[in-house]
Design a protein around this ligand. Sequence first.
Ligand SMILES: O=C(O)CCC(=O)C(=O)O
Length: 395
Amino acid sequence: MIRRPLRRGARTHACSVHTRVNAFWHSRAISKRQAYFVTVLIFPIDSPPPVKVSVHLMPICGSAETGQLGVRHLKRLWSRQMAARAGQANGGPDPAEWVASQTLICGLGLGLHETLQYLIGAEPTFDRFEQWVLEKNGGSIEPARIARINAALSGDAVAAAPPDMVAGGPPLTPEDLSFWEENGYVILHHAVPPENCEAAARAIYEFTGADPANPQTWYRQPQGHSIWIPLLHHPALCANRQSARIHRAFAQLWGRDDMWATVDQGGFNPPERPGWSFPGPFLHWDVSLARPIPFGVQGILYLTDTDANQGAFTCVPGFHRRIESWLSGLPPGVNPRELNLYELGPAPIAGKAGDLIIWHQALPHGSSPNCAARPRVVQYLSMRPSRWEYRETWK
Ligand SMILES: O=C(O)CCC(=O)C(=O)O
């Protein structure tokens, strides 16, 4: 509650009054049980004496605090976002916090962007946020999954591993693993059965309103001029994220079993034609180039056969072994992201429907122009353990 109206435009030494006022109004959407008031002294630069106001501050919840769903860290994630939304300090950036939030979001079968967008855009109460999480999960979340998430967030990697996924032989052969070491990428063949690929490809065609048999329909692009298809929760895509074979391949590369699938988009890269040129992504990194670059992987599942000239995934094989020396050798002040990465020796990687390409995040990578007759249809799919190394500093 503001006890005395502040003159519009009065400025404090630390921050504008408006920010504080906004903080109050934003936090109004949040139940009073979950917020508290503090009285602060504001020193307007141009009109002493100090003004005494009360502002509504969001407490940041502890990680162990749970709501109806009984999921650790969920309330904390919500309270941090609400505090940030209200322009209030929320503890600031913290790599461990970011990793825990991502594990939670993956564990709950949510997309990172959609979750943050929802929290920031809708400013839900915590009850409403939990309801949204449930809706995204079709109305219920299995207790075993909640137990795994809670184990992961309490640091119990063993209990965080899904028992039905870890049984079974390692799908990557010793040759695959040597190839991985050498090239920084590997192809897991038959990652999912053909019917899964067909169902997921069909879902992507339907979402975009495209007909596989009619090239005129491939450029409707409800998503805009982009190859990314914002289809996250279709059952066919969810089914692929549940693949035990994929799970075990990621587990092999990470050397641990507590894997969490990222909830990522589909992809549709049609042949170039006059009026439609390849929009990217061109070669890039998704990881900070602050050194040392930590281990991390990304993945793409081909849902249809993909020739090298058909918009194939492209990377610079082996670059994970030379990136550190390459970065050290750059003249001071040069931004590696602005260099012509196509001079580094990229190769398009062809594959069959059902092939999953996993690559080391230190490889420059991207898609490529489709010069063939058929679209390239994919699902982006990666997995990470409950805890992984993350660099806060973006370079
Ligand atoms: O779609 C592709 O082939 C490349 C994907 C990509 O660049 C990425 O996932 O960061």
